[in-house]
Design a protein around this ligand. Structure first.
Ligand code: SAM
Length: 270
């Protein structure tokens, strides 16, 4: 079940009711969650369930369920299993034949999207990118052609490097929403061209503090072939006649066969 991202008033009426009613609460960090329970006047028993003990803790949860007890699962903030532990435990509990009931509420990605103003039909939730720059850049390369907004989570330690990599790998004309400290005292949500995001962050160290959701607009509409489509076409053209290469490249990449054929002719100098 979901718990607040920062502002404790974001706990839902139903979440309060469920937390007060269950026998056991499996929590990512029991000390952290104790504060929420204290604020709500709830005295349930907490057990730890985090990324390092999830399998063992899932066994404990199942044992409680088998004994007829009710168990709630929470993470430190927001919705469990969304860039948080929980999914493996949920899978185990379902496999053991017990129902899993979502109690929806706060989620940083959804909160940021709701205030970002992107009008696309859909988005791609990525969560955390790899911590090292080389791996992060290749992950971004793989996402480059995605036409809908990309949603990332980032910590204050890597926000500047991450935004620098976004600006290097993705087109400068894309827009970036930086949603910082959502629901907290220093909440800040800005939307700016990706090319100027690094300068914006550098201008004030407070802007690099706290927790971040980043949303980048989708790939700009383009004419011609993408670098990947062109690469596939060139590889095939080296071995095959123009028509066959264009047909196969269309099947592999999903690009228009006519566009590939026209480009193949140009490449062959015909
Ligand atoms: N399960 C959570 C959810 O539903 O959003 C996400 C947990 S993930 C471990 C933590 C990351 O979520 C943070 O590093 C940050 O990227 C994002 N996040 C969490 N709280 C936030 C907040 N108040 N403002 C902005 N981002 C937040």
């Amino acid at each position: 079940m979901a718990t607040p991202l920062g502002n404790l008033q974001d706990i839902t009426l139903r979440a309060r009711e469920v937390l007060a009613a269950v026998d056991v609460i499996a929590a990512e960090d029991t000390r952290h969650s104790q504060r929420l329970l204290d604020a709500c006047g709830i005295g349930a028993r907490l057990i730890p369930l985090h990324e390092h003990n999830e399998q063992a803790a899932a066994g404990q949860v199942i044992a409680h369920l088998e004994a007829g007890r009710h168990v709630a699962l929470i993470s430190d903030a927001g919705t469990p299993a969304v860039s948080d532990p929980g999914a493996r435990a949920v899978a185990r509990v379902r496999e053991a034949g017990f129902p899993v009931v979502p109690v929806p509420g706060a989620c940083a990605a959804v909160a940021a999207l709701s205030a970002a103003g992107f009008t696309d039909n859909g988005f791609r939730f990525v969560g955390f990118l790899p911590p090292k720059s080389a791996a992060r850049r290749s992950a971004l390369e793989a996402l480059r052609a995605e036409s809908v907004p990309l949603v990332f989570y980032e910590s204050p330690h890597r926000i500047a490097e991450c935004v620098a990599d976004l600006a290097t790998v993705l087109e400068a004309e894309r827009e970036l929403v930086i949603a910082r400290e959502l629901t907290k005292l220093h909440e800040q949500i800005v939307r700016l061209p990706l090319a100027s995001a690094g300068d914006w962050l550098a201008a004030d160290e407070n802007r690099r503090r706290g927790e971040f959701v980043l949303i980048v607009s989708g790939a700009p509409a383009r004419e011609g072939l993408s670098p990947e489509e062109e690469r596939v076409l060139c590889l095939l053209l080296a071995e095959l006649p123009v028509k066959t290469a264009a047909r196969l490249a269309a099947t592999i990449t999903g690009a228009s066969r006519n566009a590939l054929y026209a480009h193949a002719l140009t490449l062959k100098g015909d």
